[in-house]
Design a protein around this ligand. Structure first.
Ligand SMILES: [Zn+2]
Length: 127
């Protein structure tokens, strides 16, 4: 993992990977707004979109993970979700952490089957 500020490697607990929760919320809002503005209200096909190539340049950018040493972090007081560098060893782990952080940011996740299975198990245990 390389620090975005000083371009030197980050070892163990020297730094972390982080993502700005405020930025995530802003992008989610901007994406919803973009879709609202480009959805045809009077189209026979619900949710039909109408936009030009130029409009796509307005499409909100996704939020990027950033890597910094503790001392290099330009936004130390950001509403950030961070992961210590020594907790990330493999990409599969990072992807798991990403999914976890998006869940924390309030994105909908398909947990319906899991929770109904859990409540069924709970009922069986109590009766
Ligand atoms: Zn650095």
């Amino acid at each position: 993992m390389i620090c975005d500020a000083c371009s030197k490697p980050i070892q163990g607990a020297e730094g972390y990977l982080w993502i700005d929760n405020d930025q995530i919320n802003a992008v989610l809002k901007a994406v919803a707004e973009w879709h609202r503005q480009h959805t045809l209200a009077d189209s026979p096909r619900p949710g039909a979109k109408m936009f030009s190539a130029a409009d796509l340049f307005d499409y909100p950018e996704e939020v990027k993970w950033q890597a910094h040493h503790h001392t290099c972090d330009p936004k130390q007081d950001a509403n950030a979700y961070s992961i210590q560098a020594n907790r990330i060893d493999t990409w599969p782990e990072l992807l798991g952490w990403t999914a976890h952080s998006w869940k924390r940011a309030g994105s909908p996740t398909p947990t319906g089957t899991t929770s109904s299975a859990a409540s069924t198990a709970g009922n069986a245990a109590s009766s």
